[in-house]
Design a binder for this molecule. Structure first.
Ligand SMILES: N[C@@H]1[C@@H](O)[C@H](O)[C@@H](COP(=O)(O)O)O[C@@H]1O
Length: 266
């Protein structure tokens, strides 16, 4: 894995957005060979989406030949609900860029059993952008989820319901109790995964992802087995990592960017 550490969330988001733009452009997508992008919602990717919209407006990227698959959606609220992930995605990204609506996919009660097949029909996901819950869940793969899971309906843990109540005026009762989510394997099947995490509240999840053992208790740890996995985090999200770990990743990233001083002996 690569661990990219930037001082602030703003800088981390900028790095991730630039990386996505670079990957889309390098791929040279066409109508017959679109770039398939997996996407998350949440506060973590918000700034990334704002940056992608800026890149689009400045002519640096087009989404005309990009096909998207979102990772999750609540069950029990209509897609038109302001807090649905459907609404979130249109508000922050889709309505501002040139992606054709028929190239946008979100999981639902109607399509979830076919969702992994739909992805496979496009040749699989090229790049999956993820966030992570403070309990280490990816998408809505809560602690104890199978690391071999595919898209399905999951019951949300109390921790997640409490964490997401901030989007429902702090009202825990208004938060849906279940969701449709891609599985851990759905994410693992992507050719590349990039995860963004920021803030002190994610520090333990980041520690587990980087230094922990692979475990279904912290489903993010499955990504240690992914052949092409990047974590992009801000400084404060590294606070539970060992100093040595942080130094190691900063050192190799600095060296590979040609910025590094000679590597100190650890
Ligand atoms: N299902 C979503 C995840 O996809 C998201 O990554 C996580 C973190 O959200 P945030 O980025 O708002 O911290 O929480 C939610 O429960």
């Amino acid at each position: 894995m690569r661990l990219i550490i930037r001082e602030t969330k703003k800088q981390t988001s900028q790095w991730v957005a630039e990386y996505i733009v670079h990957r889309i452009n390098e791929f040279r997508p066409t109508k017959d060979r679109p770039f398939v992008l997996g996407l998350p919602t949440g506060s973590s990717p918000e700034q990334v989406y704002a940056n992608l919209v800026d890149f689009y407006r400045n002519g640096k990227v087009s989404f005309k030949h990009v096909v998207t698959f979102n990772m999750d959606e609540y069950v029990g609220i209509p897609t038109s609900h302001p807090q649905s992930y459907h609404s979130f995605m249109f508000k922050h990204l889709f309505q501002h860029v040139d992606i054709p609506p028929n190239q946008i996919h979100l999981p639902s009660l109607e399509n979830y059993s076919e969702y992994d097949n739909m992805i496979a029909k496009y040749g699989g996901i090229e790049l999956f952008l993820c966030g992570v819950g403070s309990d280490g869940h990816i998408a809505f793969n809560e602690p104890g989820s199978s690391l071999a899971s595919k898209t399905r309906v999951k019951t949300l843990t109390n921790d997640t319901i409490v964490a997401n109540a901030r989007f429902f005026d702090g009202n825990i009762d208004a938060v849906p109790k279940s969701a449709v989510t891609v599985g851990v394997k759905t994410v693992m099947d992507a050719r590349e995964v990039i995860l963004i995490a920021d803030g002190r509240g994610k520090a333990e999840a980041v520690r587990q992802a980087v230094e922990g053992n692979i475990s279904h208790v912290w489903t993010v740890t499955a990504l240690q087995m992914h052949p092409k996995f990047i974590m992009a985090v801000d400084e404060v999200a590294t606070e539970e990592l060992r100093v040595k770990t942080v130094k190691y990743f900063k050192d190799i990233e600095g060296a590979s960017a040609g910025l590094g001083k000679p590597r100190p002996k650890l």
